[in-house]
Design a protein around this ligand. Structure first.
Ligand SMILES: NC(=O)c1ccc[n+]([C@@H]2O[C@H](COP(=O)([O-])OP(=O)(O)OC[C@H]3O[C@@H](n4cnc5c(N)ncnc54)[C@H](OP(=O)(O)O)[C@@H]3O)[C@@H](O)[C@H]2O)c1
Length: 487
């Protein structure tokens, strides 16, 4: 192992040369054909000109690894070992230079430095694209300053860890740490205000409690598809709806309500703007539990697909609203108890009310304000006198809950008897206990093969292909799949 000169980094650290890392990655990630989901290769950046080609996952994985090795040998690319010998701490990155513009590929962006204990530096191998990656520039939100680097999902290899992290663990009496140089990890990068952590660059910083190790057999580029969606799904179920995930079959997860109680509402350790979402209404009568109905509008989204699976592991009855002709088979196999087509929204609400006898208390919208406003019509309303509800009301205690991932009804459209939620996504990067609980559970789920991962579409062109790939995401031509870019 060749250790790098630590003194040129902003904090002391341990790192490894990339050639050794590549070798290890290849040894550790020979995919198992049975466990790997289907992938489609997107040959061109735009779908109009694209040839969609299904390829066996194992070869695509090895292909992307060898592509990565070739990339690292190309002129102008400086392996990190040489970078640490000074000066050339530069990398390629996609910069957003102005709102409503495309991203610009630059080759001289600073490689981000570890600056706090517990941080790691990752050589990015794959980037998963999220709707926010095009929405933020298009609608000019979530951009702390300009120029900025975006990108919320990445997977790659740890090339450096802060040594302070190690000392701290030793002080806590722990002899091993969860993450080491050479590990392949996936990182949901929810902390968009920290430019060092963005995915659209060759190297990114993460905090140790925000990185999940990718087990052997799970392809790196597929792993880049699920991070933020998984975090949103777990926090929606486990925090906003109060689901005790320790009741999950096969792979019990954390009980985040208990973790948050241990942290304490007034400890000053939970950001003010999410404190209410994290602590209020978490009495036993308000928590969703095994046997309860959960309706998901937008079930075919990546977030919806993962939510169905986690909800089923925890024993919920799941109603999926989606384009059933297109996605019904996939949702059925993910465990949907009821499929409702989205194309006639009024009828969809009637169906949900009929099947649940007006007793539905938990609904998750993953599409937008309009569908969230419709979906609340399916919830049990204790103040309503409509057919069947009075009897249902008499037998129920507790409120009905609506969570909108992309928007909740306008103030004037809300029902005062309902609880409205937005997902406290920043909890993931602001609370080590929550972050670590979440990534550790993800590692266990992946190792146990308890999750079917989203189908992926592989976009060509590396960082330079992201603008075109985001266009495909924006115009909806890639339906029900995650676009992943290898770099
Ligand atoms: N607040 C947060 O922190 C947070 C976190 C994660 C995600 N989100 C948001 O959640 C949404 C989903 O994200 P994602 O990454 O999971 O999305 P995604 O995988 O890119 O989802 C795209 C899917 O949405 C479906 N869809 C589009 N319009 C629909 C409609 N009117 N009704 C039902 N389904 C519809 C499409 O299905 P069809 O093929 O049927 O068109 C498509 O397959 C995005 O708006 C994202 O910004 C928010």
């Amino acid at each position: 192992m060749a250790l790098l000169a630590p003194e040129i980094m902003s904090t002391t650290s341990t790192c490894l040369q990339l050639d050794e890392l590549n070798e290890r990655s290849l040894q550790n990630h020979i995919p198992n054909r049975r466990e790997v989901p289907r992938h489609i290769y997107l040959q061109s950046g735009t779908l109009e000109a694209a040839t969609l080609q299904e390829i066996p996952s194992p070869s695509s994985e090895l292909e992307s690894q060898s592509q990565y090795q070739l990339e690292s040998q190309r002129p102008g690319f400086t392996p990190i070992g040489e970078q640490c010998q000074r000066q050339e701490l530069k990398q390629r990155a996609l910069l957003l230079k102005a709102a409503r513009e495309q991203y610009t590929l630059v080759t001289d962006h600073d490689i981000p430095s570890i600056s706090q204990k517990g941080e790691i530096l990752i050589k990015v191998a794959a980037i998963g694209l999220n709707p926010i990656d095009w929405k933020a520039p298009a609608f000019n939100f979530g951009i702390p300053s300009l120029p900025w680097v975006n990108g919320r999902d990445l997977a790659g290899t740890i090339v450096q860890v802060a040594d302070e992290f190690e000392s701290e663990l030793q002080a806590e009496g722990k002899t091993t740490r969860r993450l080491r140089v050479g590990d392949t990890v996936l990182v949901p990068s929810t902390d968009y205000r920290d430019i060092r952590k963005a995915a659209f660059q060759e190297y990114a910083i993460a905090t140790h409690f925000n990185a999940a190790r990718i087990p052997s057999g799970v392809p790196v580029h597929v792993s880049a598809s699920l991070g933020v969606a998984f975090v949103a799904s777990v926090l929606a179920l486990g925090v906003s709806f109060g689901l005790d995930l320790s009741s999950a079959e096969r792979v019990p997860g954390p009980d985040f309500v208990r973790i948050l109680r241990d942290i304490g509402e007034n400890s000053g350790r939970i950001p003010d703007d999410i404190r209410e979402e994290c602590f209020s209404g978490k009495e036993e009568a308000e928590r969703i539990k095994r046997g309860d109905w959960l309706a998901i509008w937008g079930a075919s989204t990546t977030t919806g697909y993962l939510t169905i699976q986690l909800a089923k592991l925890a024993g919920l009855n799941v109603i999926c609203v989606a384009d059933v002709a297109r996605h019904g088979k996939k949702l059925y196999h993910a465990g949907a108890d009821l499929l409702v087509d989205r194309h006639n929204p009024e009828r969809a609400i009637e169906i949900i009310r009929g099947v649940t006898e007006g007793k539905l208390r938990y609904a998750l919208d993953i599409v937008g304000r309009e569908t969230a406003t419709l979906l609340q019509g399916a919830l049990h309303d204790p103040t309503s006198s409509s057919t069947g509800d009075n009897e249902a009301s008499a037998n129920q205690t507790g409120k009905s809950h609506l969570l909108g991932l992309t928007g909740i009804p306008k103030e004037q459209d809300r029902n005062p008897a309902f609880a409205y939620h937005t997902v406290p996504i920043k909890l993931f990067h602001s609370s080590p206990a929550v972050g670590e609980g979440l990534v550790t559970w993800l590692e266990e789920l992946l190792s146990a093969g308890a999750l079917t991962l989203p189908e992926t579409v592989h976009a060509e062109g590396g960082l330079g292909g992201i603008n075109a790939a985001l266009e495909s995401l924006r115009d909806g031509t890639v339906s029900g799949k995650r676009i992943v870019v290898s770099i």
